[in-house]
Design a protein around this ligand. Structure first.
Ligand code: NAD
Length: 321
């Protein structure tokens, strides 16, 4: 069990993050995987059988079984509810921790990389700490491309000594791993960042539609923005206008907005930021408006599971009506 890495949640982000961990590990490292979606697990296991045959990867039937096999557990699931299920649910990690000896509990470190409510994250970590194990919030930024290339920015909150243990596990997935402070500090950084991301994508969409309507070629405008002060991640990596080509980039806009960071999740993060701001008495004029704009798209069939840059298409469609 000691030294084995458990990975729970093998979706758009998790499957790539695991791949980097496996690729950059020595062949002695063992992995234990779980996802509620059998197909997601099948395809990951198949891939590693072919590409990394020497690494031992086992399939688990629950988070409980992952905790039986692994002393470091990473989770990458959609929302607070899923994180609760994974750690504190009927077949959650905690059920195994309760049965383990003291030494095994103490060596257990859980790293939740999902973007969820800070309060749920802290409460889950405190509950796990009661068993002697430790947990940190370690949300990521960089999207599916960053997960694939192992260039994520990881923001970590929790005990500083645990951070030193977490670093070698997180580094293979990241360009930069930052210790942000106590429990919840990683999520505070992530929610602030994604609040800005949701707003900048909207701003870029409006600026591009304005430029086009005033007679500018969108490619010319994109090239100008990318060498001017309006430059941002959305303009450089994830441009929402399908006609725009940026060197070395293949944004979801070129695939009818398939893949990437889906609108549902982008909206979830904005809603988390707006709620957190309410509790902290921070007025978020733009943030609140952005949340209102993404909300119906996130809930609808057409845009919910498309990349959040499809907000550009939603606004263009509205203009055409
Ligand atoms: P996803 O929906 O593609 O993948 C989530 C996976 O978790 C799925 O395979 C699902 O079956 C699995 N899952 C759900 N409940 C589970 C449970 N109880 N036990 C085990 N597995 C379970 O989502 P994603 O895009 O990989 O995002 C995961 C998290 O990362 C979210 O919190 C998201 O906000 C955050 N995030 C996503 C991106 C992105 O670009 N997609 C970027 C940064 C952060």
């Amino acid at each position: 069990r000691a030294g084995t890495i458990g990975f729970i949640g093998l979706g758009a982000m998790g499957n790539h993050m695991l791949n980097n961990l496996v690729k950059k590990s020595t062949s002695k490292r063992k992995f234990a995987l779980f996802d509620v979606n059998e197909d997601a697990m099948d395809s990951v296991i198949q891939r590693h059988k072919t590409e990394h045959a020497a690494v031992s990867i086992s399939r688990c039937a629950s988070p409980m079984e992952v905790a039986m096999k692994a002393s470091t557990i990473i989770s990458m699931v959609p929302t607070s509810k899923h994180v609760h299920d994974v750690y504190l649910g009927e077949k959650g990690v905690i059920q195994t921790l309760k049965k383990l000896d003291q030494e095994s509990r103490k060596e257990t470190l859980c790293l939740d990389e999902s973007t969820i409510e800070q309060s749920v994250s802290k409460a889950t970590a405190l509950k796990l700490r009661e068993t002697g194990a430790d947990m940190m919030d370690a949300p990521v930024s960089g999207g599916v491309v960053g997960a694939r290339d192992g260039t994520l920015a990881i923001m970590v909150g929790g005990d500083e000594a645990s951070f030193q243990r977490a670093l070698p596990v997180l580094q293979p997935m990241a360009r930069k791993v930052t210790y942000c402070g106590d429990l919840g500090a990683g999520l505070a950084a992530k929610l602030s960042n994604n609040l800005l991301l949701g707003i900048t994508m909207l701003g870029l969409s409006e600026a591009t539609l304005l430029g086009k309507s005033l007679g500018l070629d969108p490619q010319k405008l994109a090239d100008i923005i990318n060498t001017s002060t309006g430059r941002c991640w959305s303009s450089e990596i994830n441009h929402p206008e399908p006609l725009v080509t940026i060197e070395n980039q293949s944004p979801p806009a070129h695939r009818d907005y398939q893949g990437g960071f889906v609108t549902k999740l982008a909206h979830k993060d904005l809603a988390l930021a707006v709620n957190a701001a309410k509790e902290a008495h921070v007025p978020l004029e733009l943030g609140k408006r952005a949340e209102e704009i993404y909300r119906p798209l996130a809930q609808g069939e057409e845009f919910g599971n498309r990349d959040f840059s499809s907000v550009y298409k939603a606004i263009s469609d509205m203009m055409a009506r």
